[in-house]
Design a protein around this ligand. Structure first.
Ligand code: LFR
Length: 487
């Protein structure tokens, strides 16, 4: 019997979950859950990192009261980081990837390096949120901060450092920076030099599922908890989720649904060519040094933001209620491109959607149900476009689409995805990231052999749901309209 704690922090909330492995299946149990609300001060959007660490400690205390924990591991969203000085002090709160400091930084980078060269070396999709553009903005506007910085640690590595005092970078999270050479799997110092980014900030890269140390004696004393091992699993939440996709087949399409939707497939090595560059598909790294060939699509963010807005107006509905209203709303009234720039920032999302529809000469969704329906249909259609792009690049056909993550609690979204992609959807587990974190800890401890065995265990632990495509004709027509809109 093994008991491990998974710390999984997403862009809107975090959880501490206990994973118990009896040699056959895994049981997961929630120990602690908390919000992750960014804080804006003087126009800069920060992560409240100390609070987040406090919450992880709360999880440790609660778990320690009832269980003997073998190991712990952290996974979080990608690209963001903290800077430490020589003495190991955190210089300032990590800044949120949605902060405006990266505006124009992609253009600036392209003054010093061509788009092709940047893609060829890193294999990463171009998104201004990427670490490379955040650091570039520091070289331009916060030179004095960079001069004081000794070490850059991505968020999961920063938490590991807080727990153990060990400063290392885990491979999967490193691969979200657009500063890692995709083929060599090492920091791309040449690229850093070309962009004027100090390479001395970056630490040793360790593979996913590596033991990095023990929970520090100070923390054990402070929290009155027993010593345990600290593992760098896949620090990147998306890679944990991918590790938990319960697929039997080698070639499969996955869609991880959270604040972001990540759609892709797993490859032995990165796929970097003119086409994948044109489609802006990324090659991120995961367990076993595998490449995940995937694309970021705006996910539940638009629904989360709309809901936040309605709450502000005094109209609070649960996600279930919103789904019900969407279901009762008119189909295919209007669509938006979820990845259109205006939707990436916080604000009055329902109005932004209405404005988009007005501007593009479509019907304007007035009520809450119409807005939510528009988001869900648009997401499903966007998934279809990305699926086609991936298929074109890998020259593979896929029999099913594996959906995991919180978003699959929306049956409507799963059904729409199946309809729009004209593909069977296998949905589950909801807590894929946590399962992935747990199995990677078990692999690091030698309790589970490899990913294949891990996926088998997950299949046995939680039965997924299946959706069959319907309404082919209507969705094909909708796809034509959607493609026209985006062209
Ligand atoms: C999902 C995710 C994505 C990454 C985005 C921003 O939670 O980790 O993979 O591109 O957040 O970091």
């Amino acid at each position: 019997m093994k008991k491990v704690l998974a710390f999984d922090i997403g862009a809107s909330s975090g959880r501490v979950m206990l994973g118990t492995f009896d040699g056959d299946t895994i049981k997961i149990e929630e120990i602690h859950r908390f919000l992750n609300d960014p804080v804006v001060i003087n126009k800069t959007m920060y992560w409240d990192i100390l609070r987040l660490f406090y919450e992880l400690k709360q999880g440790l205390i609660k778990a320690g009261l009832k269980h003997k924990i073998d190991s712990i591991a952290v996974d979080t969203w990608g690209v963001d980081f903290g800077l430490l000085d020589k003495a190991g002090y955190l210089l300032e709160n990590p800044v949120h990837y949605r902060d405006k400091r990266t505006e124009g930084m992609l253009e600036k980078a392209l003054e010093d390096i061509s788009r092709e060269e940047l893609y060829e070396s890193t294999g990463n999709q171009f998104m201004e949120i990427n670490t490379v553009f955040q650091v570039l903005s520091l070289t331009k506007f916060r030179k004095e901060l960079l001069d004081r910085a000794d070490t850059l640690l991505l968020i999961p590595d920063l938490m590991n450092y807080f727990f153990t005092g060990v400063k290392v970078t885990e491979y999967s999270i490193a691969s979200t920076t657009q500063l890692l050479n995709a083929k060599e799997r090492t920091w791309d110092v040449k690229l850093m030099k070309a962009l004027g980014i100090p390479d001395k900030l970056f630490t040793t890269i360790v593979p996913s599922a590596t033991w990095i140390g023990k929970l520090s004696p100070d923390i054990c004393k402070e929290l009155k908890v027993e010593e345990c091992e600290v593992i760098a699993v896949a620090g990147h939440d998306t890679q944990c989720a991918l590790a938990a996709v319960p697929a039997k087949e080698e070639d499969f399409i996955f869609l991880s649904c959270g604040t972001w939707s990540l759609m892709g497939t797993e490859l032995e090595k990165p796929l970097i060519n003119e086409k994948s560059n044109r489609y802006n598909i990324t090659n991120e790294g995961g367990y076993g040094g595998r490449a995940s060939f995937l694309k970021n699509i705006t996910g539940l963010w638009m629904i989360q933001e709309s809901r936040r807005w309605w709450i502000k107006e005094g109209r609070e509905y649960s996600f279930g209620e919103l789904e019900k209203m969407a279901k009762e709303s008119q189909p295919f009234l209007c669509f938006v491109d979820p990845d259109s720039e205006e939707f990436s920032q916080t604000g009055n999302m329902p109005d932004k959607i209405r404005e988009y529809c007005r501007r593009t000469g479509q019907e304007v969704p007035e009520g809450i149900g119409a807005i939510v329906r528009c988001i869900n249909e648009s997401l499903a259609l966007k998934y279809r476009l990305v699926l086609d792009e991936i298929k074109e690049c890998t020259k593979q056909d896929y029999k099913a689409l594996y959906m995991v993550g919180g978003g699959i609690q929306s049956k409507l979204l799963c059904q729409f995805t199946s309809d729009a992609c004209n593909l069977k959807v296998i949905a589950g587990p909801v807590e894929a990231t946590v399962y992935g974190n747990v199995v990677l800890q078990l692999i690091a401890a030698g309790a589970v052999k490899d990913l294949k065995e891990a996926r088998e265990i997950i299949r046995k632990s939680e039965e997924p749901a299946a959706y069959e495509p319907a309404g082919e004709k209507e969705w094909e027509l909708a796809l034509v309209r959607f493609k026209e809109l985006l062209s």
